[in-house]
Structures are given as C-alpha cells and as structure tokens.
Design a binder for this molecule. Sequence first.
Ligand SMILES: Cc1cc2nc3c(=O)[nH]c(=O)nc-3n(C[C@H](O)[C@H](O)[C@H](O)COP(=O)(O)OP(=O)(O)OC[C@H]3O[C@@H](n4cnc5c(N)ncnc54)[C@H](O)[C@@H]3O)c2cc1C
Length: 494
Amino acid sequence: MTRKRAVIVGAGLGGLATSIRLAHAGLDVTVLEKNPTTGGRCSRLEVAGHRFDTGPTMLLMRDAVEELFSAVGRRLDDYVSLERMHTNYRIHFGVDGTSLDVTSDPEELAHNLDLFSPGAVPGFKRFLADAGYKYRVARARFVERNFTSIAQFATLPNLYYLLRTNTLRSLAAHAGRYFPDPRLQAAFTFQSMYLGLSPAISPAVYALLPYTEIAEGIWFPKGGMYALTQALERLALELGVGVRTDQEVEAVTVRGSRARAVRVAGEDVPADVVVSNADLPYTYRRLLPQDQPRRRFVSSRSLRHGCSVYLLFVAAPREFPQARHHTVFLSSDVSANYRAVFADRRLPADPSLYVCVASRTDRSLSPNGQDGVYTLVPVPEQTAGICWSSAAPELRQKVLARLQLLGFGDLGRSPMEMQTPEYLAAQYNLSRGAAFGLAHNFTQVGYFRPSNRHRSITNVYFVGASTVPGGGVPMVIIGSRLTAERVLMDLAHG
Ligand SMILES: Cc1cc2nc3c(=O)[nH]c(=O)nc-3n(C[C@H](O)[C@H](O)[C@H](O)COP(=O)(O)OP(=O)(O)OC[C@H]3O[C@@H](n4cnc5c(N)ncnc54)[C@H](O)[C@@H]3O)c2cc1C
C-alpha cells in the first residue's frame, strides 16, 4: 500500500511539530518553508557576534513540549536542555520608579509582595488559587480538544465552566477585585499582551498566564529558544520528514472539494493532505482558491488581529551584571499605553516594553565581556496610520533612552538591528504583521476561532497561532496534536 503524502506549508514550530506527529503515524511528510531556515517566528538573528532569539524568549507550560516528544517515543531532555528561571522577571513601574521581582516561588513572591505593597498577600493568594482553577478548567475543557460542531462546544457543563472562569469579565476588571494597588493590577494583567490583547478586552480567564509563570515556571532552553526549533527539526529529520527550505509556496491546487498538490517555484508537489502552518488569514487570502465558500472563516476584515511588536536587538560592547534575564517596564500611564496600541492604533507616547538579556543566563550567546539586549515594544498591527520608515527611528530613540534609564548606559553607538510589523509581515507572511496572530477575544477562541480544517476543501488543514487553540509556543504545539488527530481521523474514515 502506498503511504499517504502530507505536504506542510511552513516550518514554524506548528509545522515542524505536526510533521513529527504525522511522520510518526506513518505518513510520507514534506515541509516547504519560504525562508532559508526553519522556526518561523522562533528563529535566530546574529548581530556582531551576538546570537538573539527573534521572537519567543520565554517557554511556558513545559509539559506541552514534553508531550510532543513522548508521543513519538522520545525524551525532550535528550534533544534540548531546559533551565527553570528562579526570578521570572523584574518589573519596573514607570508611575513611581519602584520595582518588583516576580519569582516562581510563591512563598518568596508573597514575601516580595508584602514588602512592595503591604497587605497585598491575601488578595494575591486568592488571585493565584482562582487562576489555577481557570488554568486547569480551560486546558482540559477548551484548549486540549477539537470542537467539530457547536453542539460539542455549547454543552451545559461547558457553559457553566465559561461562566465559572469569568470568560465574560475583562482581565483588568478581574484583577481589580484582588489588588487595590494599581501597580499590582498592572503586574498581573500585562501578560495578556503575550496573546496580543489588552487587559481591558482580554477575558479574565487569561489570569491563567501569570498563574503558569508562577506555579509552573518560565523555562529557558540552553542555547536560546532557537534550540527548541533545532530540537524539533532534528526529530523531524530522524523520523524521515523532508524539510525543504527556500521554498515559498505559491498556491494550493484544488480540484472539486480536494487539494491535489502544492505549487512551489512552478512545481506541483502532490499531496493527499495539505497542512498550512502559514498564518491562517494569509493562507485563505493568498494560497487557497478565492471561489471556495468560507464558512467559519469570514473575510479577514471581520477578524480581529492581535497587536504587533517593534523589536530592537543591540549588541552591547559590555556586560550588565545587574541586569535580569527578563525585565518588564510598565509605562507611567499603562491605561493610556493600552488605549494607544489597542484602541487608537497609534504609537504610545510613553511605551511599556520588555527587555531580554539571555546572555545573563547563557554566556555562549554573546562574546566574552558583552551582553545582547533584546527589546520588544507592543505596537499596533499594520495600519494605514503608521509610517514605519519615519516611526521606527523615532521609536528606536525612545527605546534607547528608556534602556539608559533602566541602567544600560548609552547604547546608541552599538551595532543593532530592528524589526517592525512590516518586517514581520514580509518575513513570515503574517497577516497585518500581527506578531501573535489573530486576537484571542471571546469571539475568537474555542469553537469560534477559525477551525483547523477547511470546511469545504476537506483535505486542507491548518496549524499555528491563528487557528485553534491559539498563539504562543505551547499552544501551537498542543494545536499540532489537535490538527494531526483530525488528519488521522479523516484518513481512517476514508
Ligand atoms: C516577538 C515575539 C515574541 C514572542 N514571545 C513569545 C514568548 O516569549 N513565548 C511564547 O510562548 N510565544 C511567544 N511568541 C509567540 C510565538 O512565537 C508564536 O505563537 C509561535 O512561534 C507561532 O508559531 P507558528 O508555527 O504558528 O507560526 P510561524 O512561526 O509564523 O511559522 C509559520 C512559517 O510558515 C512560513 N511561511 C509562510 N508563508 C509561507 C509560504 N507561502 N510558503 C512556505 N512557507 C511559508 C513562515 O516563513 C514561517 O516559517 C512571540 C512571538 C513574537 C513575534
């Protein structure tokens, strides 16, 4: 019997993880990637001898990655070495110049909180207990499963759990119930930006994000997050996956209700199954025939995208022993900052930002006596209003000034590179350059998120941040299991 051929468009973490699962299940798998290297958003950039992760810098929910390796009879530890951060991050509050170390040890964190905001600990403990409940319910009932019909999703128990996890309340309002101190409200809600959402519109269920950080830890792969990409690629190759880079797919060839091939550089690569790891709105708009009904994928205009990011990678000519691996700076007016990015779609006057100095943990990432400084600023996804050729140099100046205030000195003359939403759109074909994919507001999660299978082209599937269950490294890896399960179930049923 001939093996079924699966062609995967894109070698992001979602594409690689799906290729591993399908190859293990016996399919003949080819991955076609437009860029010269794999990893997509989880890639590597070299600047003046420093190695930077280009996108993700924090690994949460380690067990999701472990599951991928164990599902194919391997051990994660044999492919990549993970270290748990003791201090998750230091938060600097622009509003009054104070700072707080958020550790992954709840007792130590309670101690820090008590010093920082006397009387805050009981509220924190209740917040964490509730967030743990949200996490367990959300994962088991909504994240780890495929919903193929509204009837499967809208069951009475699920409706109960949606209400019980405060899905209809905003994360900002939720935190206000536990923390009278506005700084702590900000400290335990900014994490919604990992999903490209402001706390004001993020469902309260995403309190699960600070919970996973504290209770399960933030992990760092030795060699940087790119080591995870390398681990997945190595495993895929071991399982016989054909990984072809520098291959930009031009179209999926469809006849009737089935995809027959994937067209790349004029060649038709035959396929029994096509899985697109390229961003879902882009796939519908650019790779699939436009005359197909788009049930459950309404036109991209009515889809809400998450925010984007501006990234600055500075190869600093000296070390910063006082710097934390992860630092978060919260603007002096966090509400105005969120309003600018998420409502007004303009650049904030005093931006919040995140700084990663991974070479503090792994000295192999920077030359001796130097540190690499990665800065991420949340900004609106691509809109007509922002002209990045003039906005980017201005933002760079603001970031450098902020880094100076944070103790990094004057980095203005250091070698550096920056990336804007326009870059992300062109480099990874991300719709509107939205760094975290489609937003995760209530109407775009669970059953309501664009499905991982095309409704009318029955052998076309999706995996990655803009389909179910959502964005972020662990979610995309869980998503690869959901997608592979649908592929294999459909093949089993002919
Ligand atoms: C700056 C930044 C910071 C982040 N930080 C974190 C973090 O700390 N922790 C975390 O968990 N998550 C983080 N994320 C989110 C996380 O990186 C993503 O959710 C995840 O990597 C997405 O993986 P993916 O497989 O869905 O897509 P991608 O990484 O986008 O992969 C899709 C691949 O498809 C390729 N492709 C597109 N079109 C074509 C085509 N026509 N032909 C062939 N190939 C094509 C692209 O080149 C790309 O390689 C961050 C993201 C960004 C951008």
